[in-house]
Design a protein around this ligand. Structure first.
Ligand SMILES: Nc1ncnc2c1ncn2[C@@H]1O[C@H](COP(=O)(O)OP(=O)(O)OP(=O)(O)O)[C@@H](O)[C@H]1O
Ligand SMILES: CC(=O)C(=O)O
Ligand SMILES: [K+]
Ligand SMILES: [Mg+2]
Length: 572
């Protein structure tokens, strides 16, 4: 039996309104499901011969077209579906995982291993690698999605025009020892570079630094003091030894303060970034993460650029919070963006390290309030670049980000160039699962105030519906929330509430489905559905039951943004 609440608001079109009317879902046999088939062939029935137009495919690498799966002959049943089948709804991972792809993970097999291991989003950093390399990675991810049924989204991260070192003439790293004299120069060198010489990308560098300035590499990996300026060359003495990595970020400090007048004059999106963005649009990336955002203006500019260039404007813009200016203008930046990243690497080079944790907490909270997905990034498992197990402190850091209910966690060097990318991903996955479960068991609801964000009446109703549905789901202990959403908006409003149960998000568009992959607690499916909720539900139930993903008797709350309705029912 189902109980439903339908709310009507202009301009939302709706058929006959029923207020808390019981309705009996029947399983109409004339609506057959084409299950884009999966993985465990044995677990699913063969598609019927008279298939209708309905297509359903789930994310997280758990389903594939029947043809593809059969042809490939492999079991692509990754985390979510296995979890759903084995342990029921409660144990699916809510926190999403982003992996930076680099030399350690760019091969087809390595990418597949990451997808199976729970990678929701693959990130490519335009600071590194060639255009051809990036293209190969994007296409490989897309191919895996098509052939193996994954739905891994692709995020392109811009280089930005902050000051950084060159690529060390091809060397993977260089060691700077205490007291050594190194030359930082804006001259172009042919490889190999002269000994202890570093190229700097910013032409004004030699003019801007002064003797006595501190030069900080990658937020403190290595530190130098400027001792002499000779034309384009700046001689520096190493005062804090360490490892220099290619293209490491450089900041200079004077009298204990970051020198940032010059950086303020550099554009957030450089001309090289614009070319990269054109490339990203052409290759159809799902997210563009903008480095060193200073204000909302640049985000608005990029969004209108994207809207003008791609019709359905389905690339989401993520603001990377990694500078003092981005903290100053935090709220306007987050409001303008489709999501944010706490880029702790560079952030920790611009503000004192001890301020990074509170900045993280503040950004995560604000993003949730404003309903924007947020990624916590950098050094989560840094030691795993070299070692197969994390430090206890790293596990505690990951746990804290999960406890804050960030939407996603990100691997950087661990997956790009580390020795144990898959193990690092496994650590993120198992720590997320454990902390999420603990949190639910302890019923540690953080009653976070969620401010109204809608402006139109229709959006206000959607918001109220989602808030109520999430509350009802917790109070009734339902097994899952189902949301039928074309734009994905209602799914993200539900995710914002961080309910106890997972959210099955059904959407008609492949790109919306991939984008929802970044959001907390959502299990995105693509499904062609109609405005007839009863038939949608019956079709979904029979399909998911056939796949063993739900069972008769499971308690479900279903929402739809076409009808703006809530229905509570047991799966028939
Ligand atoms: N495409 C790539 N090719 C070669 N090395 C890479 C690539 N992507 C990442 N790396 C390596 O992995 C490290 C960490 O990756 P990450 O993307 O976090 O880079 P970053 O330069 O530290 O950060 P960001 O530009 O995001 O501030 C890099 O410093 C680089 O050594
Ligand atoms: C991810 C990134 O850009 C940073 O941490 O600086
Ligand atoms: K970058
Ligand atoms: Mg950065």
């Amino acid at each position: 039996m189902a109980q439903s609440l339908h709310l009507l608001a202009p301009p939302s079109p709706s058929p006959s309104p029923r207020l808390l009317q019981p309705c009996l879902p029947s399983l109409p046999h004339h609506h057959r499901l084409l299950c884009r088939q999966i993985c465990r062939a044995s677990a699913a029935p063969p598609p019927s011969p008279d298939l209708g137009p309905v297509v359903l495919a789930s994310d997280n690498g758990i389903s594939a077209s029947a043809a593809a799966a059969a042809a490939a002959g492999i079991d692509v049943d990754a985390v979510t579906e296995a979890e759903l089948k084995e342990n029921g709804f409660r144990s699916t991972r809510r926190t999403k995982l982003v992996c930076t792809i680099g030399p350690a993970t760019c091969g087809a097999e390595q990418l597949q291993a990451l997808a199976v291991g729970g990678m929701n989003v693959a990130r490519i950093n335009m600071c590194h690698g060639t255009r051809d390399w990036h293209r190969r990675v994007i296409r490989q991810v897309r191919r895996l999605n098509e052939e193996k049924g994954f739905a891994v989204a692709v995020m392109m991260d811009t280089e930005g025009s902050e000051i950084h070192m060159g690529d060390l003439g091809g060397a993977p790293s260089a060691k700077a020892e205490d007291g050594e004299i190194w030359t930082f120069s804006v001259r172009a060198f042919n490889s190999p570079l002269p000994d202890r010489t570093i190229h700097v990308n910013y032409d004004g560098f030699a003019e801007d630094v002064r003797v006595g300035d501190e030069l900080i590499v990658d937020g403190g990996m290595v530190e130098f003091e400027v001792i002499e300026k000779i034309g384009p060359d700046v001689k520096c003495r190493c005062t804090d030894p360490g490892l220099l990595l290619p293209r490491a970020n450089l900041t200079f400090w004077r009298d204990g303060c970051l020198v940032r007048e010059r950086n303020a004059m550099l554009p957030t999106i450089s001309s090289k970034d614009w070319l990269d963005i054109d490339f990203g649009i052409a290759e159809g990336v799902d997210f563009i993460a903008v480095s060193f955002v200073k204000s909302a203006e640049v985000i608005n500019h990029l969004k209108s650029y994207i809207a003008a260039r791609c019709r359905d404007s389905d690339i989401a813009v993520i603001a990377k919070i990694e500078s003092i200016d981005s903290l100053k203008n935090l709220e306007e930046i987050i409001r303008a963006s489709d999501g944010a990243m706490v880029a702790r690497g560079d952030l920790g080079a611009q503000i004192p390290l001890e301020q990074v944790p509170s900045a993280q907490q503040k950004i995560v909270k604000l993003c949730r309030q404003l309903n924007k997905p947020v990624i916590v990034a950098s050094q989560l498992l840094e030691s795993m670049i070299e070692y197969p197990t994390p430090t206890r402190a790293e596990v505690a850091d990951v746990s804290e980000a999960v406890r804050q209910r960030a939407d996603a966690l990100m691997l950087s060097g661990e997956s790009a160039m580390g020795q144990f990318p898959e193990k690092a991903l496994t650590v993120l996955r198992s720590v997320s699962l454990r902390i999420e479960r603990w949190w639910r068991e302890e019923k540690r609801y953080e009653a976070m105030e969620l401010p109204d964000i809608a402006s139109s009446l229709s959006d206000k109703i959607s918001e109220e519906i989602c808030n109520s549905a999430a509350k009802m789901a917790n109070n009734l202990g339902v097994d899952a929330l189902f949301v039928y959403t074309k734009s994905g908006h209602m799914a993200s409003l539900l995710s914002r509430c961080r309910p106890d149960c997972p959210i099955f998000a059904f959407t008609t568009s492949t790109s919306v489905r991939r984008r929802l992959n970044l959001q907390w607690g959502l299990i995105p499916f693509r499904l062609s559905f109609s405005d007839d909720m009863e038939s949608n539900l019956n079709r979904t139930f029979s399909l998911l039951k056939a796949r063993g993903m739900i069972q008769s008797g499971d308690l479900v709350i279903a929402l739809s943004d076409m009808l703006q309705s809530i229905q509570v029912m047991n799966v028939p």
